[in-house]
Write a protein that binds this ligand. Structure first.
Ligand code: FMN
Length: 199
């Protein structure tokens, strides 16, 4: 019996040592990521169509602003059928008719505290922002952060999308409104000109 107790105690001790070594490695790796990314600007975007139009402009904007880039990814990816705005029963139509809809996202910006300016990009859906942008914003305490919305669209302007987001999901942030529709895949230089006008 004594022997068995000794074996179990030794196994537990070895396990504890191994776990400690593993967590030290994990902590070291996390420190490395933070040390590599000291940027204070974030470009977060959602892009749903197969053409990924908002994704393209978000990447260029991150380059123009020397920002980190974060994609807002839905837990359930939108299919072309989901995006059929002509269908009253499609997922996007149903979500956009319900201002309380909050489609789930797969991940979170873990180091949000490090950013003071956040550009938030999305396709215009039914003249405003997709509900998943509300989901994104509501995950964080954005008090004191500056948020600048941008979008792509089939021709609509920003409308009240920024005001809607501010009111419903991030009233304590400082919003620069109305933001801007950035259609036509604008080059880095023209985005830098726009960003300058915000200062
Ligand atoms: C459900 C849905 C609703 C849309 N509503 C509008 C709209 O109100 N006004 C507009 O100009 N474009 C509208 N569009 C077009 C998108 O805003 C446009 O194609 C956008 O650039 C797509 O960006 P993405 O490729 O990043 O998803 C809508 C598209 C979808 C799928």
């Amino acid at each position: 019996m004594k022997k068995l107790t000794l074996i179990i105690a030794t196994a537990l001790m070895l396990g504890a040592c191994q776990n400690k070594a593993q967590s030290e490695t994990a902590a070291g790796a996390t420190d490395q990521v933070v040390a590599d990314s000291l940027k204070t600007t974030l470009v977060a975007y959602f892009s749903a169509s197969e053409a990924h139009i908002t994704a393209q402009v978000a990447k260029t904007l991150a380059e123009a602003t020397d920002a980190d880039l974060f994609e807002i990814v839905p837990e359930q990816i939108y299919t072309p059928e989901d995006l059929d705005w002509k269908n009253e029963q499609s997922r996007s139509t149903i979500e956009m008719k319900d201002s309380t809809a909050r489609p789930a996202v797969v991940s979170k910006v873990e180091n949000m505290a490090q950013y003071n300016t956040i550009y938030v990009g999305f396709p215009i859906w039914w003249y405003t922002a997709p509900r998943i942008i509300n989901t994104f914003l509501e995950q964080y305490d954005l008090t004191g952060k500056t948020i600048i919305p941008f979008a792509t669209s089939g021709g609509s302007d920003m409308g009240k999308s920024g005001e809607d987001l501010k009111k419903a999901s991030a009233p304590n942030a400082t919003w620069i409104l109305p933001g801007k529709v950035l259609n036509g895949n604008p080059p880095v230089d023209s985005l830098k000109v726009w960003v300058e006008t915000l200062k």
